[in-house]
Design a binder for this molecule. Structure first.
Ligand SMILES: Nc1ncnc2c1ncn2[C@@H]1O[C@H](COP(=O)(O)OP(=O)(O)OP(=O)(O)O)[C@@H](O)[C@H]1O
Ligand SMILES: [Mg+2]
Length: 640
C-alpha cells in the first residue's frame, strides 16, 4: 500500500480517499468500502481479512442471487483447487463482523449444499462515512462489542496508556493461541478506552507470507491510516518534513520515485515522536508472528529510544505459531524477551476464559439472559475457554438444530432440543478447517507425530508415538519436545516410569478439538496399523503383566477393528477383575467383549460368544451373591 502525501503527487491522498466514498455499497448500518477494502459500521471502520472481504464484496455486488460454492471458489482462486469447506470459515468471520446469525440470517443466507445469498437490500452510498461524528452512537457500539472476562487486561492497558500519555513510552505484547481474543482485546481497548478519543490510533496488520517479500508491510499500512484519518493533514505535514521517504510506497508514481530519499528508521522514529507530541499515539501491530524483520527493527528502535514520547506500542502474536519462518520467529521471541528483561516492554499472555466468562459470552451470542441448563458447562468443556471455539460451537449447535428458537407465552427464546449426552461432540466444520490449516503448515514429520499422539486418549506417551510410527523412542521424544516448544496446542506434561525402569515423557493437546481433527484426518487403514503397533508395544513393555494394561490394549485393538484380539484383551482384563473380586466390573468388561463378537465372522463369532457368555454368567452370579451377602451387613449399618 502506498502512503501518498499531498503535493508529492498530482492526486492527493484525500482525493483518493473521498473517491472511495462514492463507491460504497450500503446495507442496514454497514457500508462496504471497495476502495479501501474495509467495512464501515456507523462510521467505525471494521477490518476484514482480504479473502473474507472479497467474499463479502462478491455477495453484496450480486445481492439477491444464489452464489454457488463453485462460483465463489472460481472468483477467489481462479487458478487453484481449494476445498469448498474453506468458505465456511470465511462465513463465520463475516457473520461475526456483521453480527449476523446463520439460523436467522439478516445478511448472508446459507442455502445448504448449494451456496449463499446476500438477502439484505443494498443501496449505493453517495455520502460516504455515515454519521462518523455520531459520538454517542459510537459509545453505544463500543459497549455492545465490549468483551467478556478481560477486565484485568483492559485495566492494565488503560494504566499503560495513562503512563504513555505522560511521556513514558510503553510497549505491550498481547500473546496467546489462535482465537483466544488478542484482536478483540485490542479492539475493546482502542474503542472503549477512556483515553482512546484523545489518542491517535494507527494499526498495521502483518499478513502471512507477505513478511518475506514486503518490508514494513504493517508499518506502511498504519501510516496510510494515519494519513487518511482525522489527523491526516498534520501527519502528512510531519512526515513530509521529517521522514519524506516514508510517504512513498512501492506503487507511487515516477515523480515520487525521483525523490529518492533513503528510508531510515531514525527518521520515522523521530517523526512518530513528533506526531505524539500533540496527541498520544497508539501504534498497533497485529499478528507479529508474520512480521518481517524490518518491522521488528522499528518496534525495537521505538521501544528502546530514551527520549520521552507519548507513544504506546501494542503488538499481538500467537506465541507458538506453527510457522516455518523460523528466523523471523526467533527474532520476534528474542525481541520480546530482551525488551521484557530490560523492563522496556511487558507481555499480557491471554489465558482461556473461565466458566462464568463463557456463560456471559453465550448470553451475548444468543441475546438471552437465561441460558438452557447445562449449556455453559457443555460449551466451556468443549471450547476449553477459547472464545473463537465458543462461538463456533454455538453456531454448530444452531446449525445442527440442537439449539432452536421457540416461542412460549409470547416469549421467544433459545431452547435445547436434545440432551447433551446425545449431542455429538463433533468438531464444527469451520473450526476443523482452521485447525487443519494450522496442521498443514507443519512439516510432514511434525504432522505424523501429532497424528500418532492423537491415537491415545488424554495423554500421549513418547513410547506410544514411537511405536505408532516405528521410530526410535529417544528420537520420537526429542522430536515431540521440539514440537511442544514450537506449538501452543501441544504441551509436555510429565514423565512416566516404564516397567523396564526407563522413562518416557508424555504430552497433551491443549484442546480436545485438536486431537479430534488430527485423529480424523488419518486414513482409516493407516490409523488402524498405528493403533495395532501401540497395542503390541504395550504388550511388550508389560510382558508378564499384560493384564495390567489389557484394557488399554483392547481400546487400541478395537479402534483398529481387530475384534477378536480386542475381545481377548477384555477377557484378560475381566479375569484380573475377578481375581480382585470386582465382579461387577468383570461383568461390564465381558459385556463389552460380547458386544464385539457381533462384528466377528460367522464361525469365529458364535464360538467366542459361547465362551464369553459362560464367563459372563459366572461373573454376574458372583456379583449377585456378593450383593446378597452384603445386604444383612448394610441393614445392620442402617439400623446402627
Ligand atoms: N473476551 C472476549 N469476549 C467476547 N468475545 C471474544 C473475546 N475474545 C475473543 N472474542 C471473539 O472470539 C473471536 C476470536 O477472537 P480474536 O480474533 O480476537 O482472536 P485472536 O487471538 O486475535 O486470534 P488470531 O490469533 O487468529 O488472530 C472473535 O470473534 C472475537 O470477537
Ligand atoms: Mg487476531
Amino acid at each position: 500500500m502506498a502512503v501518498v502525501a499531498p503535493g508529492l503527487l498530482e492526486k492527493t491522498w484525500y482525493d483518493t480517499f473521498f473517491e472511495g466514498w462514492f463507491r460504497m455499497k450500503q446495507f442496514e448500518a454497514f457500508a462496504l468500502d471497495t476502495a479501501n477494502e474495509c467495512l464501515w459500521r456507523e462510521g467505525v471502520q471494521l477490518s476484514l481479512r482480504p479473502k473474507p472481504f472479497a467474499v463479502l464484496r462478491y455477495l453484496v455486488e450480486h445481492a439477491g442471487r444464489l452464489i454457488t460454492h463453485d462460483e465463489l471458489l472460481e472468483v477467489l482462486w481462479p487458478e487453484t483447487y481449494v476445498q469448498p469447506q474453506v468458505l465456511r470459515t470465511y462465513m463465520l468471520e463475516l457473520r461475526k463482523a456483521l453480527g449476523d446469525e446463520a439460523g436467522q440470517p439478516r445478511f448472508i443466507q446459507t442455502l445448504p449444499k448449494r451456496g449463499y445469498c446476500f438477502v439484505a437490500p443494498v443501496t449505493e452510498c453517495a455520502d460516504g462515512r455515515r454519521s462518523a461524528s455520531a459520538n454517542s452512537m459510537q459509545k453505544e457500539e463500543a459497549r455492545a462489542i465490549a468483551i467478556v472476562g478481560r477486565e484485568e487486561e483492559l485495566t492494565l492497558l488503560e494504566t499503560r496508556m495513562q503512563q504513555s500519555a505522560t511521556g513514558q513510552r510503553r510497549t505491550v505484547f498481547i500473546t496467546g493461541e489462535a482465537g483466544i481474543g488478542k484482536t478483540a482485546l485490542v479492539d475493546a481497548f482502542s474503542q472503549h478506552s477512556a483515553f482512546a478519543p484523545q489518542a491517535c490510533i494507527a494499526r498495521g496488520q502483518c499478513v502471512e507470507g507477505v513478511g518475506r517479500t514486503e518490508e514494513y508491510y504493517p508499518v506502511v499500512e498504519a501510516l496510510g491510516q494515519l494519513c487518511s484519518g482525522p489527523e491526516g493533514d498534520r501527519v502528512c505535514r510531519i512526515l513530509t518534513r521529517m521522514a519524506p521517504a516514508w510517504l512513498t510506497g512501492a506503487a507511487c508514481d515516477q515523480e515520487a520515485k525521483r525523490t529518492t530519499v533513503d528510508r531510515t528508521l531514525g527518521d520515522l522514529c523521530a517523526a512518530l515522536e513528533e506526531l505524539a507530541a500533540d496527541k498520544p499515539l497508539i501504534f498497533v501491530f497485529e499478528d507479529l508472528h508474520w512480521a518481517d524483520e524490518s518491522t521488528l527493527h522499528l518496534i525495537s528502535a521505538l521501544a528502546r529510544r530514551r527520549a520521552p514520547a507519548r507513544l504506546m506500542l501494542l503488538g499481538t502474536f500467537r506465541a507458538h505459531e506453527a510457522s516455518e519462518a523460523v528466523a523471523e520467529k526467533k527474532a520476534l521471541l528474542g525481541l520480546k524477551q530482551d525488551l521484557l528483561m530490560r523492563r522496556l516492554g511487558e507481555e499480557i499472555a491471554l489465558a482461556p476464559l473461565g466458566k462464568s466468562a463463557v456463560k456471559e459470552l453465550l448470553r451475548r451470542e444468543l441475546h438471552q439472559e437465561e441460558l438452557p441448563t447445562g449449556l455453559a458447562t457443555f460449551v466451556h468443556q468443549h471450547s476449553e475457554g477459547n472464545p473463537l471455539f465458543v462461538i463456533a460451537i454455538v453456531e454448530h449447535l444452531i446449525a445442527q438444530c440442537f439449539l432452536m428458537r421457540e416461542t412460549s407465552d409470547e416469549l421467544t427464546a433459545w431452547q435445547q432440543r436434545a440432551p447433551f449426552a446425545e449431542i455429538e461432540a463433533s468438531v464444527p466444520d469451520g473450526l476443523a478447517q482452521m485447525i487443519e490449516r494450522e496442521v498443514e503448515r507443519l512439516s510432514p514429520m511434525d504432522q505424523r507425530l501429532l497424528e500418532a499422539a492423537s491415537l491415545t486418549d488424554v495423554a500421549s506417551p513418547a513410547w506410544a508415538i514411537a511405536a505408532a510410527l516405528e521410530m526410535d523412542q529417544a528420537e520420537a521424544e526429542e522430536a515431540c519436545d521440539n514440537l511442544a516448544r514450537r506449538l501452543y496446542f501441544v504441551q509436555r506434561v510429565g514423565q512416566d516410569e516404564l516397567p523396564d525402569g526407563s522413562r518416557s515423557a508424555f504430552y497433551v493437546f491443549a484442546h480436545g478439538l485438536y486431537r479430534e481433527v488430527l485423529y480424523q484426518r488419518q486414513a482409516v487403514a493407516r490409523r488402524a496399523r498405528r493403533h495395532v503397533r501401540v497395542a503390541e508395544r504395550l504388550g511388550q513393555l508389560f510382558t508378564g503383566r499384560e493384564a495390567d494394561v489389557a484394557r488399554e490394549i483392547a481400546q487400541h485393538l478395537e479402534a483398529a477393528c481387530q475384534w477378536s484380539r480386542a475381545a481377548d484383551a477384555l477377557r484378560t482384563a475381566a479375569r484380573q477383575a475377578l481375581q480382585r473380586q470386582a465382579y461387577a466390573e468383570a461383568a461390564h468388561l465381558l459385556e463389552h467383549a460380547y458386544a464385539l463378537t457381533e462384528n466377528m465372522g460367522r464361525v469365529e463369532g458364535p464360538s467366542a460368544q459361547a465362551e464369553i457368555q459362560a464367563e459372563l454368567d459366572a461373573a454376574r452370579q458372583a456379583a449377585s451373591s456378593i450383593q446378597e451377602n452384603v445386604k444383612p451387613l448394610q441393614r445392620k449399618l442402617d439400623d446402627f
